[in-house]
Design a protein around this ligand. Structure first.
Ligand code: BGC
Length: 550
C-alpha cells in the first residue's frame, strides 16, 4: 500500500536560490527557507518541493549536477538541510527533492573520467557513438541546441545530450548507473526527505528501455521498490509530458510513480482560461485515464520552465499563444510561453484567484510555484526560461526583503519597476488584506488542504448550461461541490444546480453571496467567481482543522 499523503497535500515549489537569503551573500539559501516556513504553513502548504540543491556549476538552474550527495555551498551545509527537514516536519510539512537522473553536468567526475579514458568504468555511464545516431529524438531546446550529439575531443567520440550540450545523458541501461541512483536516493531518504520529483522521467524511462518506453518501466519499478524499502511513504512524482494514453506505463499497478505531473490537463487549463470556457477541462478530464489505486496526478498553473503547450493541437496552441503571449519575445522554443501567470492575466487579482481556485478544484494534487500566490511578474529581458525565475518579493524594503546582500551577487535581478515590481507587489503589502491575492490564495489552499475528497475521492461532472462555468463534485468521506466561473461576466445557474446543492453548506467563495439554501434563491457567480460547498464535514470542523495547522 502506498502512502495517502501525496493525494491530500498542497505542494509548494521553491527555487532555493531565489526564495530567501539568510546569510546576506546574495543567494537564497536553506536557512532562508527555514525562516519562511510559518508563511508557507499559513498558505496551507503540506510539502515543499525544492529545485536542485546539489553540487553544480549552475548553468541550468542546478539541473546540471556535478555532485548528487552534497548541498551546494551556496545553499548552506548538510546541517542546514537537516534543520530545514526538522523545522518543516515540526510544522507538519514534508520536503521533496529533485532527482536528476537523465543526465549530469559535464563537470561531474563520472563524465570527466569517462571522457579521459575509454577503459574507465565510467565510460559506459554515458552514451557514446562514433557518428551521431538518429534515434528519432530532437533537442529539447530547439534554437539553443541543434543536435543531441556533441563531439568530444578528449573522448574521441560523440556523446548524447537530449538537453544542453553541457548535460551528457546518463546511460540508464547500465546497471551500475542505476545502482548509483539508488545510493543517491538512499542518501537523501536517510536525511529525512519525503520523496523526489523525477526530472525528465519520460525521457529516462525511454532511454532505459533502449528507446522503448514499455521496456523501460523496469527503471521506475526498481527505483520505487528501492525507495519504499527505505521509506514506505516515499513519494516518486515524475515529470511525464506524454499523451494521456501513455500515463498507464508510468503508474503500473501503483508500483512505479505515485504522482504524474499532468501536462495534459495543465495545457487544457490554459486553453479553458484563454477561451473562458469550461469545455476543454471536461474534454481533458474525460481523456485522462483513471489513475490506479494509490496513484494520482499532480497539477499546477505555472512552473519554473516555459509553459510548454505541446499537448494541444497546433490550432489550440496558437489560440492560447494569441491570448497569453501575443508577442514573439513572450514565447520560447516554438512551443511555449515564458511568462508568469499574473502578467498573462494582466495582473487581474480576481482572474488569478479564479485560476487558483480552479486548480484547487481539479482532481489531483495542487502545486503552487513560489510567488504565484502574490501574483509575481516576469522579466522578459532575461533569456529563455530565466524570464520566470526572479527573486521572491517579500516586502517593499531594500531588495524586496529577499536579501540584504549586494544586487550584483543575486542569481537574478529583482523585478523593481512597474506594477509587478517589489515596491508595489510583495507579501507584506498583501498580508492581512482580505481582498489581496495572497489572502485569497491562503483561503483557497488552506481549505483545499482539508478537503481530502478532492485529492483522493471520485470526481463527477455536474451538468451546467452556462459555458463559462466549471462545476465538479468530489465524493469521498464527505462530498464537495466546486463551481468556477471562467468568464469575466456574472453567471446565473439553472434550477438543477440549486437542487444539487440542497443540504450543502458553503465553505468558500470569492465574495459574499446570498445563501443557496432556499430553492427560490437564484444561484449566481460573480465574473471570475468561485464557490465551494460541502456536505458531510461541517464548516466549524473544517475551520478547526484548518486552524490546527497554523
Ligand atoms: C527541468 C528543467 C531542466 C531540464 C534539464 C527539466 O525537466 O524542469 O528546468 O532544464 O529538466 O534537466
Amino acid at each position: 500500500m502506498s502512502a495517502e499523503w501525496p493525494h491530500t497535500t498542497v505542494i509548494y515549489q521553491i527555487d532555493p536560490s531565489l526564495f530567501s537569503d539568510r546569510n546576506d551573500d546574495g543567494c537564497g539559501d536553506l536557512a532562508g527557507i527555514v525562516e519562511r516556513l510559518d508563511y508557507l504553513r499559513s498558505l496551507g502548504v503540506g510539502a515543499l518541493w525544492l529545485l536542485p540543491i546539489f553540487g553544480s556549476p549552475f548553468r541550468d538552474g542546478g539541473y546540471d549536477v556535478d555532485d548528487h550527495r552534497i548541498v551546494a555551498p551556496r545553499f548552506g551545509r548538510e546541517d542546514d538541510f537537516r534543520l530545514l527537514i526538522d523545522e518543516a516536519n515540526k510544522r507538519g510539512m514534508r520536503v521533496i527533492l529533485e532527482l536528476v537522473l537523465q543526465h549530469t553536468s559535464e563537470q561531474h567526475p563520472w563524465f570527466e573520467q569517462a571522457r579521459q579514458d575509454r577503459t574507465s568504468r565510467y565510460r559506459d555511464y554515458f552514451i557514446w557513438a562514433d557518428e551521431p545516431i538518429d534515434d528519432g529524438n530532437q533537442p529539447i531546446f530547439p534554437g539553443v541546441e541543434d543536435s543531441i550529439w556533441q563531439w568530444d575531443e578528449q573522448a574521441g567520440q560523440f556523446y548524447r545530450h537530449l538537453f544542453y550540450r553541457h548535460e551528457p545523458d546518463l546511460n540508464l541501461a547500465n546497471p551500475a548507473v542505476v545502482e548509483e541512483i539508488e545510493q543517491i536516493i538512499a542518501h537523501w531518504l536517510h536525511l529525512g526527505v519525503a520523496g523526489f520529483r523525477l526530472d525528465a522521467a519520460s525521457h529516462a524511462v525511454e532511454q532505459a528501455g533502449g528507446g522503448n518506453e514499455e521496456h523501460g518501466v523496469w527503471l521506475l519499478e526498481r527505483l520505487a521498490a528501492h525507495a519504499r524499502s527505505i521509506n514506505p511513504d516515499c513519494l516518486l512524482m515524475g515529470e511525464v509530458d506524454v499523451e494521456p494514453a501513455r500515463f498507464r506505463h508510468y503508474f503500473g499497478t501503483g508500483n512505479r510513480l505515485q504522482l504524474a505531473l499532468d501536462f495534459w490537463l495543465n495545457n487544457h487549463v490554459f486553453l479553458a482560461l484563454a477561451r473562458a470556457r469550461a469545455e476543454p477541462l471536461w474534454r481533458a478530464l474525460q481523456h485522462r485515464p483513471a489513475a490506479p489505486d494509490g496513484t494520482g496526478y499532480a497539477l499546477w498553473l505555472r512552473n519554473h520552465d516555459e509553459l510548454d503547450l505541446e499537448r494541444l493541437t497546433e490550432q489550440e496552441r496558437e489560440e492560447v499563444m494569441q491570448v497569453f503571449a501575443p508577442q514573439p519575445h513572450m514565447r520560447a522554443y516554438g512551443r511555449g510561453i515564458r511568462r508568469r501567470l499574473a502578467p498573462m492575466l494582466d495582473g487581474d487579482v480576481r482572474h488569478q484567484a479564479l485560476a487558483h481556485a480552479l486548480l484547487a478544484s481539479l482532481p489531483g494534487t495542487p502545486i503552487i510555484r513560489y510567488g504565484e500566490e502574490i501574483g509575481m511578474g516576469d522579466d522578459l529581458l532575461r533569456p529563455e526560461r530565466l524570464a520566470v525565475r526572479t527573486p521572491m518579493q517579500w516586502n517593499a524594503e531594500r531588495n524586496g526583503g529577499f536579501s540584504r546582500g549586494t544586487p550584483k551577487n543575486f542569481p537574478a535581478p529583482l523585478i523593481d519597476q512597474g506594477p509587478f515590481g517589489y515596491p508595489m507587489l510583495n507579501v507584506a503589502m498583501q498580508q492581512e488584506k482580505p481582498e489581496s491575492l495572497l489572502s485569497r490564495c491562503q483561503a483557497i489552499f488552506q481549505m483545499r488542504a482539508v478537503l481530502t475528497e478532492v485529492g483522493s475521492g471520485t470526481a463527477h461532472s455536474l451538468p451546467c448550461e452556462h459555458p463559462a462555468v466549471f462545476a465538479i463534485r468530489h465524493e469521498g468521506e464527505a462530498t464537495t461541490i466546486m463551481l468556477a466561473n471562467l468568464g469575466r461576466h456574472p453567471a446565473a445557474l439553472e434550477q438543477t444546480m440549486i437542487q444539487a446543492l440542497q443540504g450543502f453548506e458553503e465553505i468558500l467563495a470569492d465574495g459574499t453571496y446570498p445563501s443557496p439554501a432556499s430553492a427560490n434563491t437564484a444561484l449566481t457567480l460573480n465574473g471570475f467567481g468561485y464557490r465551494w460547498f460541502r456536505r458531510g464535514g461541517s464548516k466549524q470542523q473544517q475551520h478547526r482543522r484548518a486552524h490546527q495547522r497554523q
